[in-house]
Write a protein that binds this ligand. Structure first.
Ligand SMILES: NC(=O)c1ccc[n+]([C@@H]2O[C@H](COP(=O)([O-])OP(=O)(O)OC[C@H]3O[C@@H](n4cnc5c(N)ncnc54)[C@H](O)[C@@H]3O)[C@@H](O)[C@H]2O)c1
Length: 208
């Protein structure tokens, strides 16, 4: 962290106020409040910043000024930021949902994914957002616009042994067991009101 421009505690701001940011916020307002100061938050989503501010206030502190992502540069100047903690996303993946023809009229109007495109224009994109660089759209191969439906052609081809998944994503019996254990843990947690560790339910030693 660079030294403060004022000689006081370095003034820190956070861009991207999601899950990871919580750790930095806590460190700044509690554990290391004596040596660093959190002065502002920045995010594309104001609700995220509000959530952080709610618990900052609940912890007995003043709410922090919040800035939309487009005002990042202004924030740095206005809040005299010495150090910026970046906890935003680096990669944006968009995949339009599939709307079945039967339900499309009720749910999304007349447009149907795979035929006319959904109201959001049925698109797939992959945007790489490297820090301090303009976003880059990554090229994606053409793919069929059919729905998954629980058993699409690519899935059944691998499942029935006609093809091998080049990305080796097939779940094993152990993966299935782990998924079931998650549900079991949730049920026990709801019944007891306590937290449940999956490892306490069953010892699953790796067999593959
Ligand atoms: N979750 C983890 O365990 C973990 C561990 C190590 C590293 N990371 C990295 O930390 C970063 C944040 O992860 P997270 O789990 O907190 O994600 P998150 O989705 O919970 O939070 C990301 C936040 O960034 C905001 N954001 C997105 N684009 C933005 C932009 N252009 N400008 C400003 N804000 C923007 C989002 O609105 C969101 O509030 C990611 O780059 C991730 O790869 C996460």
């Amino acid at each position: 962290m660079p030294g403060s421009t004022t000689g006081a505690r370095p003034r820190c701001a956070i861009v991207g106020t999601g899950a990871r940011a919580g750790m930095s916020v806590r460190a700044l307002i509690e554990d290391h409040a004596g040596t660093a100061e959190l002065v502002a938050l920045c995010d594309v989503n104001p609700l995220r910043m509000d959530v952080h501010n709610r618990w900052i206030v609940a912890a007995g502190h003043h709410p922090l000024p919040t800035y939309p992502a487009g005002d990042l540069t202004a924030m740095l100047a206005t809040e005299r930021v010495d150090a910026l903690i970046v906890a935003s996303v680096e990669l944006e993946v968009v995949e339009s949902d599939h709307v079945s023809p039967g339900n499309a009229g009720d749910l999304k109007g007349a447009a149907i994914a795979g035929v006319d495109g959904t109201p959001e224009q049925g698109r797939t994109s992959l945007t790489l957002r490297r820090f301090w660089e303009p976003p880059v759209e990554l090229p994606l191969p053409e793919r069929p616009r059919t729905g998954h439906g629980g058993a699409d052609a690519r899935m059944t081809a691998v499942l029935m042994g006609a093809e091998k998944d080049p990305l080796d994503r097939s779940a094993t019996a152990r993966d299935g067991g782990l998924a079931l254990l998650t549900g079991l843990a949730a049920n026990r947690s709801m019944a007891t009101g306590g937290s449940v560790r999956v490892a306490d339910l069953l010892e699953l030693t790796r067999t593959e």
